[in-house]
Design a protein around this ligand. Structure first.
Ligand SMILES: Cc1cc2nc3c(=O)[nH]c(=O)nc-3n(C[C@H](O)[C@H](O)[C@H](O)COP(=O)(O)O)c2cc1C
Length: 337
């Protein structure tokens, strides 16, 4: 049985699916309903981080997460997916010029809401210090990680501290590259508070005070950058290790090397929703992986063998009670094309 999705239903689906994560909150996924009533997910290449993500791997991971979020949102409307076409290699002609086809969903039999679907509201990226997890939560986290192949939990405090320090070094090294710094600045929202915020990462999510925000704007500007670095202002503003060390664990997320970024992105979202269900939130720390020696040492220590690709590291912890970051998102009307 083929089911045609209606435009109003797509709006409801995108309202939910847009809550999926993306690098620097670039939100590259777009949705298109064709004349047959099938749903296309497309990537907007103008939203790719051309310096941090030259091959578009992270953009496609984010589109995979958006695809999974779409399937979950459809299930909340009782709509099942009969067939999913993934376009990782050899995409068909795009139904929307300038956008890259990612996947096409053909709707089918009705289905019950997926149990993870309501967690889309409860998952977020936490960029600040974590509260202490209680022993039950820590045990749940441990058991959960063992259920999934390719997940490795680092629980040793000294090792967490070491990884956190090394990640800071890697991050500062990246910020030392003018193009990287300019791109980072472009997606941070350090402007006037009345600026309408629909994408990027706001200063408040990074735990920056008003003064910190002004200093960050200065430190990231090309003219002041050398002085800010010499005065170690960049380090003081952007070093994360103190906050990272409050995490309950660092999670290594590896997937089979042959798997497409799209499929890995689907798994990425799933794992984050399961974590949210356990009361945990994640904060990616992939800067270390930009350094080949560090990346291979981490892989070796964690026993991640050659058939697997280490996709990211995450700090995992419980955010302080009652605190949630702003969820900046593009309006649905801009996401449906
Ligand atoms: C592929 C990918 C890479 C990411 N890399 C980072 C990162 O390096 N540092 C970070 O703090 N957040 C990272 N994030 C998380 C995003 O910043 C976050 O998803 C985005 O700001 C939207 O916020 P939300 O997750 O709270 O909805 C990444 C997310 C994805 C999907």
């Amino acid at each position: 049985m083929t089911v045609r999705l209606k435009p109003k239903a797509l709006e409801r689906v995108v309202e939910r699916a847009r809550l999926s994560p993306s690098p620097m909150n670039t939100q590259p996924a777009r949705w298109h309903l064709d004349a047959e009533g099938t749903v296309w997910i497309l990537a907007d290449p103008s939203r790719r981080l051309s310096i941090a993500d030259p091959r578009g791997f992270d953009m496609r991971l984010a589109c995979g997460a958006a695809l999974e979020a779409t399937v979950l949102a459809l299930s909340e409307l009782g709509l099942g997916v009969a067939r999913t076409q993934h376009f990782d290699r050899g995409a068909p002609a795009s139904p929307v010029p300038g956008l890259e086809p990612v996947a096409r969903l053909h709707l089918g039999e009705s289905t019950a809401p997926h149990p993870l679907a309501p967690l889309m509201d409860r998952r977020f990226t936490w960029h600040d210090g974590f509260a202490r997890a209680n022993p039950d939560q820590a045990r749940d986290l441990f058991d959960w990680a063992r259920l999934h192949e390719g997940l490795v939990l680092v629980l040793d405090r000294a090792e967490i501290g070491r990884l956190a320090e090394r990640n800071d070094g890697a991050l500062l090294r990246l910020l030392g590259e003018p193009d990287y710094r300019a791109e980072f600045r472009r997606w941070l929202r350090l402007g006037a508070p009345d600026e309408p915020l629909v994408d990027g990462i706001p200063a408040s999510a990074l735990g920056l005070s008003r003064l910190g925000t002004r200093l960050a704007r200065l430190a990231l500007s090309p003219r002041a950058a050398p002085l800010a670095d010499a005065l170690r202002l960049t380090e003081r503003l952007f070093a994360e290790s103190q906050r990272s060390e409050t995490a309950t664990a660092i999670l290594l997320f590896a997937r089979p090397s042959l798997e497409s970024p799209l499929a890995a992105g689907r798994a990425w979202l799933y794992r984050l929703l399961e974590l949210a269900d356990l009361g945990f939130q994640a904060w990616p720390m992939p800067a270390l992986l930009a350094q080949p020696e560090a990346a291979s040492e981490i892989r070796r220590n964690a026993g991640i063998h050659d058939g697997n690709r280490l996709i990211s590291l995450f700090r995992i912890g419980v955010p302080p009670r009652g605190r949630t970051p702003p969820r900046l998102r593009l309006p649905v009307a801009r996401l449906i094309v």
